[in-house]
Design a protein around this ligand. Sequence first.
Ligand code: SAM
Length: 215
Amino acid sequence: MRRFVVVAPRASASADFLLDDLPGTSGRLDVGLRCVRAALLLSHGVRRDAIVYLVLGGGPRAPRVMRVRGEEARFLRPDERSLAVLARKVLATSADEGAAGFVEVRQGIALAQGGLDRVVDDLAGAALYVLEEGAADLRDGALLDDADAAFFVGDSAGFDPTMRSRLAVIGARPLGVGPRSVHAEDAIAIVSNELDRRAAAGGGERPARHGDPAA
Ligand SMILES: C[S@@+](CC[C@H](N)C(=O)[O-])C[C@H]1O[C@@H](n2cnc3c(N)ncnc32)[C@H](O)[C@@H]1O
């Protein structure tokens, strides 16, 4: 299983945003929704082995986490507006209020009260990585062949020092996806692509690269 945890401290945890001005009214929930698309949607398909967590820290109902499981979620469409409509319906519910953990509010989509700790409880057994610019590259041995891995991703502002410290304390290993700073959803696409390549190569082997000795 591959899991992506998008840390979005300003993104709206409530339905109080405008579909016609998502970036300007939602604390950049649009970034999180594009991450959902990148992590879960293939061309004409859904990644059944992927889960996304949006850690939402903005607005009166925060902190709150939205979890989307590719194996079960239905009617996920790739365009941002459709995903925003879906998120607005999900976030408008109160099913998670007073609950101790995740509460499914639509098939494959669950909400939980709380922030990072709530997600960490859900990641038991997964190898933890934090996607960071300048960290050791995933193609240079920094990404191990874990059957179950979780990747923490920052939003448009990246991680603040407090979040970096928390991720270090829980043992998340820094991982880079290349020499340039890319958008969060693109970082997810690169990790997914690397994992796809490894799976296609039979698992365990890293893909061949320029300069490798001929087999
Ligand atoms: C738009 S970037 C954040 C940029 C922000 N200015 C910063 O300094 O962190 C959003 C997230 O994508 C991921 N990311 C972007 N480029 C990356 C890279 N080259 N390697 C690893 N992760 C990257 C990181 O998780 C980052 O927090």
